[in-house]
Design a protein around this ligand. Structure first.
Ligand code: LLP
Length: 446
């Protein structure tokens, strides 16, 4: 069994996170419940900050909000002195609501709308990561209309293949994200920007994928990006001062997962950038990285209550819990694998292979295929580990299940940072057109 962060089993055999007994948390907040270990999130932020400060001080760590974003998380990110990668008007709004400085936001997206661009310009978002020629036109026009200048990075496809699930790979040429190097689009974009009045090229950006365990693709991407900076200088005379290498650093979902240490990762990137700068006669750029999963992933745990079971003789035993693909899409989407522990009784040895099913109306709604656990009983609390990234942020209302709450735990205290959705929330935006309003009355009268 592997436990993350501040997790431990207490004297009653209950799982504790951040000094909070999970059985008590369930009594107070119900299940499914997302529990975030605040101490571990802060430790991860500090580790990023301190490691970069030590190895490559001219740098900025930018938290990728798509992994997990709420107003409380924005406050934490600000306190931890990190920038924020935002991908939509909704994420910008969330950050602004929390008082997060717009100047420290980096705005991503392959199809930013005119309204989102206007909103970002009005609030002074620090950097726009431009993804296409069409966006350059839109940005020039919109910035001109409101009398502002947009500071941009160009998103580049470095042509690097990262070994991860193909849905979460982004650096290759056949991707909806970014401008290609090998087909000349990236250089064409640089030349176009040079002619624009309201758009200023501050740097270049790449993001090669997510949940990457291999350091080589990062090294290759850093090297390719430095070559491109040299090419830009040669062909246009512009010296690019900021290099954003995106996110993607892998985390532990299973006991056997073994990501590289952060120090190894930073040392390798720093060494590559420095060597290339010397070789190409370039000044050292300011480095940006955008970790999401590696900040919050292992800090999250989802608590479920065990319900029905079904034995399919000779095939498998399904044990259903009270959540599923509504709070965790990753098994269905990426065949993701998880570890889990029984949170309310650390008594028995794991002896039985079962599959953990969700309760949504879809065969693919499985949380874990074939995991060895103690024999589960109705009412047990199952804790699925490493659910801090891309779980709450990808949660949905399929089958009209309300989304679970999120609590931050630490030092024996639990604070709700997102309330549980109610059935009223579920129908809040529903409207019955006038022509349908009386049909219920008629039926009732019959
Ligand atoms: N920067 C950019 C431009 C990105 O697109 C992403 C993730 C990140 C940073 C953060 O990457 P991270 O450090 O979290 O790997 N839903 C998928 C992951 C999608 C990643 C999208 N982009 C999953 O659940 O695995």
């Amino acid at each position: 069994m592997f436990l993350t962060g501040t997790m431990r089993f207490n004297e009653q055999g209950h799982l504790e996170i951040g000094g909070c007994d999970t059985v008590e948390l369930v009594k107070e907040f119900g299940t499914p419940l997302y529990v975030m270990d605040e101490e571990l999130i802060r430790k991860n932020c500090a580790e990023y900050r301190d490691t970069f400060k030590r190895i490559y001080p001219n740098s900025q760590v930018v938290y990728a909000g798509k992994a997990f974003l709420t107003t409380a998380m924005c406050r934490l990110v600000d306190e931890e002195d990190m920038g924020l990668d935002v991908t939509s008007g909704g994420e910008i709004f969330t950050a602004l609501q929390a008082g997060f400085p717009a100047q420290k936001m980096i705005f991503h997206g392959n199809n930013k709308s005119p309204e989102e661009i206007k909103m970002a310009l009005a609030h002074g978002v620090g950097r726009f990561v431009v993804d296409s020629f069409a966006e350059l036109d839109l940005l020039e026009e919109t910035a001109g209309a409101v009398g502002k200048r947009a500071d941009i990075y160009l998103r580049i496809k470095p042509g690097v293949e990262a070994h991860t699930h193909h849905y979460i790979q982004t650096g290759q040429l056949d991707s909806k994200f970014g401008l290609g190097l090998s087909d000349g689009q990236a250089m064409t974009a640089v030349k176009i920007v040079a002619k624009l009045k309201n758009v200023e090229l501050r740097g270049i950006h790449c993001h090669i994928g997510s949940q990457i365990f291999d350091l080589k693709p990062f090294q290759l991407a850093a090297s390719v990006m430095m070559d491109f900076i040299a090419e830009i200088k040669k062909k246009t005379g512009t010296v690019i001062k900021e290099l954003d290498l995106g996110g993607g650093f892998g985390i532990r979902y299973l006991e056997e997962d073994s990501p590289y240490s952060l120090a190894e990762f930073v040392e390798m990137i720093a060494a590559t950038v420095k060597e290339k700068a010397t070789e190409l006669g370039l000044p050292l750029p300011k480095l940006f990285v955008e970790p999401g999963r590696s900040i919050v992933g292992e800090a999250g745990t989802t608590l479920y209550t065990v319900g029905s079971e079904k034995n399919v003789p000779g095939i498998r035993k399904y044990v259903s819990v009270d959540g599923g693909m509504m709070d965790n899409l990753r098994t269905a989407l990426y065949e993701a694998k998880y570890a889990a522990v029984v949170a309310n009784r650390k008594d028995k040895e794991p002896t039985e292979v079962v599959s953990i099913a969700g309760k949504a109306c879809e065969s693919g709604d499985m949380l874990i295929w074939d995991i060895t656990l103690p024999v589960l009983q109705r009412g047990d609390i199952l804790a699925v580990l490493s659910t801090g990234a891309y779980h709450y942020s990808m949660a949905n209302n399929y089958n009209r299940f309300p989304r679970p709450p999120v609590v931050f735990v630490g030092n024996g205290k639990a604070d709700v940072v997102v309330a549980r959705e109610s059935y009223e929330d579920i129908v809040r935006n529903d409207i019955i057109p006038a022509r349908l309003r009386n049909s219920g009355v008629r039926e009732a009268a019959n």
